[in-house]
Design a protein around this ligand. Structure first.
Ligand SMILES: Cc1cc2nc3c(=O)[nH]c(=O)nc-3n(C[C@H](O)[C@H](O)[C@H](O)COP(=O)(O)OP(=O)(O)OC[C@H]3O[C@@H](n4cnc5c(N)ncnc54)[C@H](O)[C@@H]3O)c2cc1C
Length: 351
């Protein structure tokens, strides 16, 4: 724990309770830095471990198994925890602007806020679809859906938009769980119909062809209607419309498409890539401002572009913690190179 008698000389502010900041807090908790005050700003008190999220939806894990309690972790690290949303950065004044409290000053700032689903680009999606993030909103809607299926079992159509690993995995997890619920109630699980919509010509476009074929087979065997080359152009209260003008009825539309950077970052003056992610150097410092770091999905490493995956966010925790310390001690931050290959496991929900 940080010694509370120690005068605060410098402030590190962490925006977002993503995987990298979990690592930073853990490291500062194990090795406190005298005179440095850590502050975590996060809109959620609990942050999910991404790889286990589909397992939670499938019913294999409880909520607490897959979520990290940020308030407790901050306490362990001797950090302040402020439950609020960052809405801007005043870089000249070195402070973070928050939605519902006075600005928070920083000497070093780190941003690990994940990616933001792009619902606003598709008419009606923001009102009628549910995105997997922010996680508390998805969880509330998921629990409500579970309750609806349990209390009034009847025909229901569920559409998932997005044919990447997240969309496929989440669909299979939801299907497994909801069918199990109906079976437990001695109801016919075939009352539930699932459909997957993707603008790509195949599911899992960034995976190897044999993985694509295997999952296309699993989806077929599980009775999922897969619509490829089917960009969703609109969502309404009754379902969704695809680029060919066809309307598909759906009681629930879940949005798991490729996401971008949070819109508020555009006003920070930080250099962003084409998808709105913050451009960072090998030290995880932003290319624009060495006092501002970024990691995880929101960071785009200019020299080492990689897919968005929680595994990178986790691995960046260690170099981020080290470089925040070095930078505050006016020493040279050390470069970091993400791995090229990683184990991508996609669950079929039933195992
Ligand atoms: C269904 C699904 C399954 C996945 N499975 C895997 C997998 O098996 N393996 C894998 O590697 N990746 C997986 N991913 C991808 C993975 O979820 C992301 O790459 C990972 O979560 C990114 O981590 P992060 O630390 O960048 O941010 P996140 O985990 O998204 O955390 C961001 C945090 O910042 C907070 N925040 C956001 N905006 C603000 C703000 N303005 N102010 C304050 N706080 C804010 C959020 O509340 C959250 O706590 C999956 C994704 C999905 C959708």
């Amino acid at each position: 724990m940080q010694n509370t008698q120690q005068p605060v000389l410098r402030d590190i502010v962490l925006v977002g309770g993503g995987h990298s900041h979990v690592g930073v807090l853990r490291r500062f908790g194990m090795k406190p830095a005298p005179g440095i005050r850590l502050t975590l700003i996060c809109r959620d008190t609990h942050t999910p471990y991404s790889g286990m999220l589909p397992g939670y939806v499938a019913g294999h894990y409880a909520y607490d198994d897959v979520h990290i309690d940020l308030r407790r972790l901050a306490e362990f690290a001797g950090a302040r925890f402020l439950r609020t949303e960052a809405t801007g950065i005043d870089r000249a004044g070195q402070q973070v602007i928050c939605s519902d409290r006075p600005a928070i000053p920083y000497d070093r700032l780190s941003i690990n806020i994940g990616s933001t689903p792009k619902l606003s680009n598709t008419g009606g999606a923001a009102d009628h679809a549910v995105a997997v993030k922010p996680i508390h909103r998805f969880n509330d809607r998921w629990l409500a859906l579970l309750e609806r299926v349990r209390s009034t079992p009847g025909p229901m159509r569920i559409a998932v938009v997005g044919g990447g690993a997240g969309g496929v995995e989440l669909l299979l997890a939801m299907q497994h769980r909801l069918r199990s619920e109906l079976k437990a109630l001695k109801q016919n699980p075939d009352l539930l119909a699932f459909a997957l919509f993707t603008r790509g010509r195949t599911v899992l476009p960034t995976h190897a062809p044999n993985v694509q074929r295997r999952f296309a087979r699993v989806l077929g065997e599980r009775g999922v209607a897969v619509h490829c080359n089917a960009e969703v152009t609109g969502v309404d209260a009754t379902g969704l419309t695809t680029v060919d003008g066809q309307h598909h009825h759906a009681d629930e539309v879940v949005w798991v498409t490729r996401a971008g950077g949070a819109p508020w970052l555009r006003d920070t003056g930080l250099a962003l890539d084409d998808s709105g992610f913050i451009q960072v150097t090998d030290t995880l410092q932003t290319v624009t401002d060495p006092n501002v770091f970024a990691a995880g999905d929101i960071a785009s490493m200019v020299n080492h572009p990689r897919e968005k995956a929680g595994v990178f966010a986790v691995r960046q925790g260690r170099p981020l913690a080290r470089n925040l310390r070095l930078s505050l001690e006016d020493r040279e931050p050390q470069p970091y190179r993400p791995q090229r290959h990683w184990l991508a496991l996609i669950s079929t929900g039933d195992q």
